[in-house]
Design a protein around this ligand. Structure first.
Ligand code: BGC
Length: 442
């Protein structure tokens, strides 16, 4: 081989070495980025941990707050609102009842037939509340509700007969009787300022009258109370109800003598349903991560509704998005196309649930969601697995916190709790539904 040939060979070898070195370096840096993503995942998982002793501390803190809320108005972040419901259906009620359920973006009008141990919804209309009505005036919102009820009733026989109406209104209300109460504040994105402090049942009655309907609100209840009533109708041992939806809340039957803030209150049964408004519960024992703090900073009600921000449907997707966004920034695992991860609330909770449910071997649903909703194409399987894991951590913490109020000692711990009152099988079912599948706490 001549000089030139040698030179070319040496040049090729050097170039090959350089390319190989670049490849090795690139791989090493990809490995380092992946390690960073995994480290963030582990950190998040540790921050969300809910071991049993911690859950017991959360429950103890909740009991302390419950006592404080029962002792005086404003005594606790838990409002412990009186409902004036001192008796619950026993299963032998009969009749045809109308009901309006308003408490989120959808509202429902129902006709319910109650007879001989069964409750059957014989008609139901569901409407989405136009966005502008959630920010307008109470008159506009309730006119819309009344007109929908009017259309519902007008298709029935005896449309002019008097009808009684149950109004499920799933916002915090300070009740003055079972059929009246003033709105304390809006939640779930509603902002109708002129309604705050007003009697919502009276406002609805006025709208019903304006629309010419012969219908009056005879019961104003929170959705937790409606749920408890139905549970009690089927099983008299039911003593508490929990809602875990866009918002979250719980109510239970309390002894009136334990409700110190209304001393002298007498009821025939000696008990009353208390609406806890537990979304606002807070305790330093709750497992709070930097992502929860960022989420809180994004909201208009900072330092409020702490429990709700960890367990309710409005926020779970957003917590996962915040984690994935930080991973995208610090590890580059989603490549260059992760810009949509920086947009608040792009990952909704239904998407998070779909990600968690994907049991296909190649996580094809996760791939689809990443592509279609977050504009992240071509993720490798291991990245999709990481995304599932993030969603799993968020939902698992939420499920365990939502279920922790029922633990072995609950019957003793909760004020006024009656030992005979709670069915363990029900608690187990709730726990399994919520994803607490590893046997705690029952
Ligand atoms: C409301 C509660 C309601 C819960 C579930 C919360 O935002 O404040 O009154 O029970 O959502 O719908």
């Amino acid at each position: 081989m001549g000089r030139v040939g040698l030179g070319v060979a040496a040049g090729c070898a050097a170039a090959t070495c350089a390319i190989a070195a670049a490849l090795v370096a690139r791989r090493a840096s990809a490995r380092a980025r992946w390690r960073r993503a995994v480290a963030l995942l582990r950190e998040f998982e540790d921050g969300c941990a809910t071991p049993t002793p911690r859950l017991r501390q959360v429950v103890d803190a909740m009991v302390v707050e419950m006592h404080a809320g029962l002792a005086s108005d404003g005594g606790s972040k838990l409002k412990m609102l009186l409902t004036f419901v001192d008796a619950l259906p026993a299963g032998n009620e009969q009749g045809t009842y109308y009901s309006i359920d308003l408490g989120g973006t959808n509202f429902r009008v129902l006709r319910v037939e109650v007879a001989a141990g069964s409750v059957v919804t014989s008609r139901k209309v569901e409407e989405t509340i136009p966005e502008e009505l959630t920010k307008g005036t109470i008159e506009e919102l309730f006119n819309f509700v009344a007109m929908t009820l009017k259309e519902f009733v007008e298709t029935e026989d005896g449309k002019d007969e008097q009808r009684v109406l149950g109004f499920t209104f799933s916002f915090p209300v300070r009740q003055t009787s079972v059929s009246s109460g003033s709105l304390i504040r809006w939640t779930k994105g509603f902002l109708i300022e002129d309604a705050v402090g007003k009697d919502v049942a009276q406002c609805l009655n006025e709208a019903l009258a304006r629309s010419g309907l012969n219908v009056r609100v005879t019961a104003l209840v929170n959705d937790t109370v409606g749920t408890l009533a139905l549970g009690h109708y089927y099983d008299e041992d039911t003593v508490a109800a929990v809602i875990i939806g866009a918002g979250t809340n719980a109510c239970y039957i309390e002894r009136t003598d334990a409700i110190i803030k209304c001393q002298g209150l007498l009821t025939n049964s000696g008990g009353m349903v208390v609406n806890m408004e537990w979304g606002n519960f807070w305790s330093s024992h709750l497992p709070r991560t930097p992502y929860d703090i960022s989420l809180d900073d994004e909201t208009q009600n900072r330092n409020d509704q702490g429990f709700k921000k960890m367990i309710s449907g409005i926020y779970l997707g957003e917590i996962a998005r915040l984690v994935l966004h930080r991973m995208a920034l610090e590890s580059d695992i989603f490549g260059d196309a992760a810009a949509d991860l920086s947009i608040p609330f792009t990952l909704s909770t239904p998407l998070l649930a779909a990600i968690r449910k994907d049991d296909s071997p190649d996580l094809s649903e996760v791939r689809r969601i990443l592509q279609e909703h977050l504009k992240i194409p071509d993720t490798p399987l291991k990245t999709r697995r990481l995304v599932v894991k993030v969603c799993d951590i968020v939902t698992r913490r939420a499920a365990r916190l939502a279920a922790c109020w029922y633990c072995r000692d609950t019957e003793k711990a909760w004020p006024g709790w009656e030992r005979r009152g709670f069915k363990r099988e029900n608690a187990r079912a709730a726990e399994a539904d919520g994803g607490c599948d590893r046997g705690w706490p029952v």
